[in-house]
Each structure stands twice: as C-alpha cells, then as structure tokens.
Design a protein around this ligand. Structure first.
Ligand code: PMP
Length: 445
C-alpha cells in the first residue's frame, strides 16, 4: 500500500505561492511531494487532506501530551477565552498557575510566562547576564534552544577531522550577526573536564550554561547524572547560572521534569510544550534572587503573555498531569512500545538501542546509543531514514530525520500500540526488502 498525497501535493503548490516553502516553520517542509497538510487530529491520530490516518509520534514535537483536541483542556480554554483574551493588565490566574508550577518544580521559586520556548530561553539568558554582569553563554553540541540569534550556533561535524583540532563554530542560519559568535561557547555533552577547562579559562566572561539534559532535538541523547551534577558544581564554583531547558522534558519525563529525574536543581529553567497541551504558553522560572532582576533593571513582557485562553488551558493541563497517572501511563506505553519494537528487530537480528526517557525515546540502529552529538554523527542513520517513509505510508507518523524522538501522549491507547507494532513490523520487512545494501550495514552489527 502506498498512500496518496494528491491533495497535500496540490495544496503545497498553492501554499508555496503565498508562504515560503508552503509552511510556517521550516521543519514542516518535507519536500514538494512529501509535505503533509493536516485536516484534523483527535487523540493520538492525525488525518491529512487526503484522509490518510496516522498514529502520531511527533505530537507537535511534544506539546499534545494529553492528546489532540483533549476535551477537558479545550473546555477550560474556551472558558478562558470568555474572560476576554489579553488586556495589557494582569489576571488572578497568573498567580494560580505560577503557584502550581512552583509546587511541581521546586527550582521554580518565581515564575514568568511567555508565549514560546524561544521567548522563555531568551528571557533566561537575559536574566543570567543581568544577574552575573557577564555576557557569554555555553551550549552543548547538538542542542537546540529555539530560533533567536544568540542560540542558533552549532559546530560543523560533517566535515570535521579530529586530527585538525576542534570543530568549527558557525551560525545555523543566514542573517545572524557575526558579532554574536564571540558570546557563544559550545562543548560536547558528557565531558565535565571540558567544562572545567573552559570555566578556568573564561568563567569571568560566562554568564550561563544552557543545557537540555535529555536532548529532545537530538534523538534524546542523555546527559549522565554525574555529568549534570558536575556541571552544577562547576557553575556554583565559577558563578555561572545553570539554565536547564525543559521545553521538551518539562511536565513530561516527571512532574518535576528532568530536574526531578536527575536530582539536579537549575538556577533558571524554561518550559513550554507540555504546559498547556499545545496552547501557546511558555515559562521562565527559577531562583528568587535571579528572577527578582525582573523589575530591577531587566525587562520582560509581551502583548500576548498570560493570555486568558492559554492560561486556562495551562491550569487544566497541569492539574491533570499533577493529579492523575498521566505521566506513568505515557511512560508505560513508551516501555511497551520499545519492548515490542525490540522483539521485532531482534527477530531479524537488527542491532538497535533506545535512549532518553520512554515518554520521548530515541531509536538508534546500533548496539550502543550515542552519548554525545559527535557519536551521533558517526552512527549509521540510513536504516532509520529508509524506515521512516515506510512507516508514514503505513500510517505511523515519526520524524523523517532520526534526530526527533517518539513523543507519547495519554491518548496512545492499546489499539494504537498494537496498530503501531503491526505496522512497524511490516515497515521493517519492506525496508529490508527494498534496501539490501542498508540491510548489510545494519543487521548483525
Ligand atoms: N528549547 C527546546 C529544548 C526546544 O525543544 C524548543 C523547540 N523545539 C525550543 C527551545 C524552542 O521552542 P519554540 O519552538 O516554542 O520557540
């Protein structure tokens, strides 16, 4: 069976005449004949314009943690809209939601709301600079923190020859001022010695260490707990603000996010995706003394911050996450799916491993998963990249690029699991038949 994307393809031509790449985020463009336009979604399933039905494992890159069109959250959002929207004034619910976040995430002593993950990380970096009086920040190779210029830097590992020294730092988009390069340091994950060396040399200029300990934008490659603890201690020693970016992990991997999972407390942390089940809201939160810089010289705001609709959706979503077994359920589903996939792959002698948290696990076709981005670059992705389009054809929506993990929601039920595993087995078979060369590379490694 090969699905038809006739209507999506036709729509692409129309959309592309009005919108660059025919979409509103570059990551949604999958090619002229592969870009999907959604007609609607419900629970864990999406339907496209051609009425193809998919079990979704992208879930908007994580937000729809309680499933698409969740009735409880949507009813709360509608009631929130009745309040009136935005007023250029505050409402009582900001306190209620902030208090809930502080209860779930102890590091979130004080809270401010923004609209997107990008804005929250932007605010966190500004606060760190204001607090320390320093200007630079450190990021981890392979990390992603949004679409603003200070964080769109990465190392070029494609043409990197370790014999020639460290990889070259470069901007990840055109239009980024080159002067910003002087503000950025990038280190490989899971090597605390590198952080110490850097801090010894440059800590008097470094305001923040920005890290996503489960790299939701790099196949969930995960920081060792001891590495994160070492980074925490080094930040304390060298007066560097530790910003833990929980835009993807927050209210997903544990009620208290990756900080709870790893027992490490951030100075500042950021949240977005799961906060309101897809309604646009984000959070910058952290130590009271740092957060009090807001109002003490630091500007934070925005016309749409704490919109009455998104706040009401956030209140309901957080209540469900806090008071029900939602996170245990998605964790359990993730484990069952991984076990089922392993059985299918093991039966065929296909080496593989999973990383990250089961609620956002990454699948690798190698015995041992990478422990940093340098490893990821060396890992073979050909089998994943051949498998993904087969899964799409069979109605399982995973990211075409192996860098996105599988996002689970509470709407992924038993039927989804058995449908997914049946289709996964078929897709693996088709991939093996179509790709004998890839098969040689990946099987029995
Ligand atoms: N930080 C992380 C860890 C993210 O995953 C993302 C989005 N994928 C962002 C920041 C940026 O969030 P947004 O797309 O809402 O601006």
């Amino acid at each position: 069976m090969s699905r038809s994307l006739k209507k999506s393809n036709q729509h692409f031509q129309k959309a592309n005449s009005q919108l660059p790449l025919g979409v509103t985020s570059n990551f949604r463009y999958w090619g002229e004949d592969k870009t999907i336009y959604v007609s609607h979604a419900k629970g864990a399933r999406i339907w496209d314009l051609d009425d193809n039905e998919y079990i979704d494992y992208r879930m908007g890159y994580g937000p729809a943690i309680l499933g698409y069109a969740n009735e409880e959250v949507d009813a709360a959002a509608r009631a929130g809209m009745d309040i009136g929207g935005v007023f250029a004034l505050a409402t009582e619910r900001e306190y209620t939601v902030a208090e809930k976040i502080s209860k779930m995430v102890p590091a979130a002593e004080l809270v401010r709301f923004s609209n997107s993950g990008t804005e929250a990380v932007m605010a966190a970096l500004r606060l760190a600079r204001a607090h320390t009086g320093k200007e630079r920040h450190v990021m981890v190779e392979g990390g992603y923190h949004g679409v603003f210029s200070e964080v769109l830097w990465g190392v070029d590992l494609d043409d990197w020859d370790p014999a020639q020294g460290e990889p070259v730092l470069g901007a990840e988009s055109m239009g980024i001022p080159s002067v910003l390069k002087d503000l950025v340091h990038i280190v490989p994950l899971n090597d605390a010695n590198r952080v110490e060396e850097l801090f010894k040399r440059d800590a008097d200029r470094i305001a923040a260490f920005l890290i996503e300990p489960i790299m939701g934008n790099c196949c969930s490659i995960t920081a060792d707990q001891s590495y994160l603890q070492d980074v925490r201690a080094l930040c304390d020693k060298y007066d560097v603000v530790l910003i833990i970016d929980e835009v993807k992990t927050g209210f997903r991997v544990a009620k208290g996010g990756v900080q709870e999972l790893m027992g490490v407390r951030a100075d500042l942390c950021t949240f977005a995706k799961a906060v309101a089940n897809g309604y646009p809201i984000s959070v910058v939160a952290g130590r009271e003394d740092i957060m009090r810089q807001v109002g003490n010289g630091v500007l934070h705001g925005g016309t749409y911050t704490a919109h009455s609709l998104t706040l009401a959706a956030a209140e309901k979503t957080l209540q469900i996450i806090d008071e029900t077994t939602a996170l245990d359920d998605i964790n359990r589903y993730g484990i069952s799916m991984q076990n089922g996939m392993s059985k299918i792959l093991n039966k065929r002698g296909i080496a593989h491993s999973f990383v990250g948290h089961p609620s956002m696990g990454g699948l690798f076709f190698s015995d041992t998963p990478p422990t940093n981005y340098r490893d990821w670059v060396k890992t073979d992705h050909a089998f994943y990249e051949a498998l993904a389009p087969e899964l799409h054809d069979l109605g399982v929506l995973v990211e075409p690029d192996s860098r996105e993990p599988f996002f689970i929601s509470t709407a992924h039920d038993k039927q989804c699991l058995s449908d997914t595993l049946n289709r996964f087995e078929q897709a693996v078979e088709i991939t093996l038949q179509k790709k004998p060369a890839t098969n040689d590379i990946n099987v029995n490694q």
